[in-house]
Design a protein around this ligand. Structure first.
Ligand SMILES: Nc1nc2c(ncn2[C@@H]2O[C@H](COP(=O)(O)OP(=O)(O)OP(=O)(O)O)[C@@H](O)[C@H]2O)c(=O)[nH]1
Length: 685
């Protein structure tokens, strides 16, 4: 099979008259010939436009055309990329890095160098294709791309699986690692090892991945690739003597990386004859075709039209379309063990095809699913209310749509006297929460009020029941509960040694329990604390950054629940409980939080005709109190001189009126006051 296009030769720097030969025999099973595959472009224009929207890439209309149309040179190069290579020439790899160390920039350069994405199609950070991701410069959802690279005249198929770089999405990182045989470990040579570098390396080692160290950003004046290599060797014990020096930004070292991927990362094992097992490492909702599932075939073969079965969700579908991801999705007829691809099967919600689930054949089920599947458990909750009550149905629609694409997002209706109707929503973490809020406001044009984030508490009741409670207003009365447990995380902070003091202070302030301190190098230390998750959902990360002048990094993982002395802090205004302002706090912090909240409310609530007490209470006990003085009307203004008894009578009448007004009067807490207090809660909690 000869693949000879000028475009490919150009990409791989070969002379014009050379030919690239693709062996079509499997080296593992030399007698087995791989069938030649017909590759089609994406099926409908509707699909194309949705893909364009998603990728933000505009492909020429002819790329979606059928084979009957004449293909231009670059298009036929695109088709060449899909040519079958033997399994020994497949490499599945991912890129792991700490946030901002240049993972997405490197991925872009790999795609460019291999000609997967033509320069004119290239937008910065091709793989980060949500606008929000691109704006924030963070990777939220992982994506995959199939690249073709020729080394010593041998073509290879490199499947890159991009991983999200934030702790909220660590489950997705672990699943994408499980779909690979190797990983590029990208470290910023001007910064060195950070907390997430370590966490990701350990995850990769657990998955038995071959790790290729890459020192990025060597173009920066402060880059010290050799020092950083040594640091990695000391901390992780990974041989970095051959670490590749690279500048993803300037395209230095990219070919070396591609060669190392081919030479060092092992090919997948040949298990195409076994019952199908494919690992889902990503899925997203396409309004035209239903859920699109990205998967790696671990064992067996999957063909178009197969009846497939999702082992965790128990759902079965027909695979209407299967294909591979190059710069666009390209349909194929079948995919074998070791390959990475996508499928569409008119699946209505991503919850039916969750990341980590195993796909098998309905008629020939695998005995065991692939390991590592976890249910998405929301860790952080908050209430979302529309500012304009009329937007409630819109908010519900928007959440339902987002949920189709985000199996980790949970929500249920909630109503409160002050805020009206809204939803209590559960998120994986704070970043996830911010992303959902921003998408609701930006993509669905909603303006929202969010209540302070809270975690899930476990309440052990007197009657022996255990309740999970994330909504302070639903916490059982003190008399009905025995004790409350809260989720704890183990947090590791990596910091230059001069900031150890301020970070230890931060750990103590947040009820942290000091566990360990180690010097990982002469100048950098690792601090390990056990900390209540509730203390982290506020501004912990901002504090860590500001106290270390931006030099410290952190990584955390949930370690379980622990009993804590928690209380519900209520706010009463004019004797009335204001439910949305209730919070669950530690007993020792209740006083300071109570004082701060009442003080803030006093500033924000407009004065009334009568005196308004503002109280923070734990149960019936008032722990902080402020009062809003009444607006006085001068009832004596019309009395010129006259008898003192007349004046007294008027004042008495006024006092009685105010008393009555107070008894029936309702204080309207303006929405701005709520918002300001909720913001304050987020800061002080
Ligand atoms: N000078 C220099 N800057 C680089 C290089 N590689 C990446 N950057 C810059 O570093 C910043 C972060 O790069 P990204 O590629 O977004 O980092 P990332 O690791 O993908 O970040 P997440 O998506 O948040 O995980 C960007 O501003 C890049 O332009 C490099 O080789 N040299």
């Amino acid at each position: 099979m000869e693949v000879a296009t000028d475009a490919l030769r150009l990409v791989h720097g070969l002379p014009r008259n050379s030919s690239l030969t693709v062996p079509s025999r499997s080296p593992v099973h030399p007698n087995r010939l791989f069938p030649t595959r017909t590759c089609r472009g994406p099926s409908t224009n509707a699909f194309l436009s949705s893909r364009r929207r998603r990728h933000g890439v505009f492909c020429r209309a002819s790329a979606a055309g059928t084979q009957s149309k004449g293909l231009s040179e670059s298009e036929s190069a695109g088709q060449d990329r899909l040519m079958k290579v033997p399994i020994s020439n497949i490499r599945n790899f991912c890129i792991i890095a700490h946030i901002d160390h240049g993972k997405s920039t490197l991925a872009d350069k790999l795609l460019q160098m291999t000609g997967t994405v033509q320069k004119r199609e290239m937008k910065e950070q091709f793989l980060d294709n949500m606008d929000l991701e691109r704006e924030r410069g963070i990777t939220i959802k992982l994506q995959a791309a199939r690249m073709r690279f020729v080394l010593e005249k041998e073509p290879y198929c490199l499947n890159l699986i991009d991983t999200p770089g934030h702790v909220d999405f660590s489950y997705e990182v672990s699943r994408s690692l499980a779909a690979c045989e190797g990983a590029l470990l990208v470290v910023d040579a001007s910064q060195g090892v950070e907390a997430q570098t370590l966490a990701n390396v350990y995850l990769a080692l657990e998955n038995n991945l071959e790790i290729i160290p890459v020192m990025n950003k060597i173009d920066l004046p402060g880059a010290e690739p050799d020092r950083v290599s040594k640091e990695i060797e000391e901390i992780v014990g990974l041989d970095c003597s051959n670490a590749i020096h690279c500048s993803a930004k300037e395209g230095v070292g990219i070919t070396e990386i591609l060669s190392a991927i081919v030479k060092k990362i092992p090919p997948p094992q040949y298990t195409a004859e076994m019952p199908l097992r494919a690992l889902i490492f990503d899925s997203y909702y396409d309004p035209y075709r239903g859920v699109i599932v990205y998967f790696r075939v671990v064992d067996g073969t999957i063909k178009k039209g197969d009846r497939i079965y999702f082992m965790a969700s128990g759902k079965d579908y027909f695979a209407d379309e299967i294909g591979v991801m190059s710069s666009n999705q390209m349909q194929v007829d079948e995919l074998y063990a070791g390959e990475v691809g996508y499928l569409a099967a008119s699946i209505r919600s991503v919850a039916d095809a969750r990341v980590g689930d195993t796909i098998t054949h309905f008629g020939r089920k695998a005995n065991e699913s692939l390991p590592g599947y976890e249910e998405a458990t929301p860790m952080v909750f908050c209430g979302l209310f529309p500012v304009d009550a009329d937007q409630f149905p819109d908010l519900r629609d928007a959440l339902e749509k987002l949920q189709l694409n985000d199996a980790a997002l949970k929500f249920e209706p909630e109503s409160s006297s002050a805020m009206g109707f809204g939803f209590r929503c559960g998120f994986l973490g704070l970043l996830h929460m911010e992303i959902v809020q921003e998408r609701l406001e930006r993509e669905y044009n909603l303006s929202l009020i969010t209540t302070a984030p809270s975690v899930v508490y476990r309440v052990n009741c007197v009657n022996g029941d255990t309740l999970e409670c994330s909504n302070p207003s639903l916490l059982p009365e003190p008399g009905k509960r025995r004790f409350i447990e809260e989720p704890y995380v183990k947090i590791e902070m990596l910091t230059p040694k001069e900031y150890i003091g301020p970070l230890m202070e931060l750990g103590q302030d947040r009820r942290g329990e000091f566990k360990e301190m180690n010097y990982i190098t002469e100048n950098r230390a690792s601090l390990i604390y056990l900390l209540p998750l509730a203390e982290m959902v506020g501004d912990f990360f901002d504090q860590l950054k500001s106290r270390s002048k931006g030099y410290a990094s952190m990584e955390y993982s949930l370690v379980g629940y622990r009993e804590s002395e928690l209380v519900r802090l209520d706010i009463q205004i004019n004797g009335e409980l204001v439910e949305p302002l209730a919070t669950i706090v530690h007993k020792d912090k209740a006083y300071s939080i109570g004082r701060a909240l009442t003080k803030k409310l006093k500033e924000l609530i407009p004065r009334q005709m009568f005196k308004v007490p503002i109280q923070a209470c734990i149960g019936a006990k008032v722990i902080a109190s402020e009062s809003l003085s009444a607006i006085r009307k001068d009832v004596l203004s019309k009395c010129y001189g006259g008898d003192i008894s007349r004046k007294k009578k008027l004042l008495k009448k006024q006092a009685e009126g105010k008393k009555r007004m107070k008894a029936i009067g309702k204080v309207d807490v303006p929405q701005e006051a709520f918002m300001a207090v909720l913001r304050l809660e987020k800061e002080v909690l």
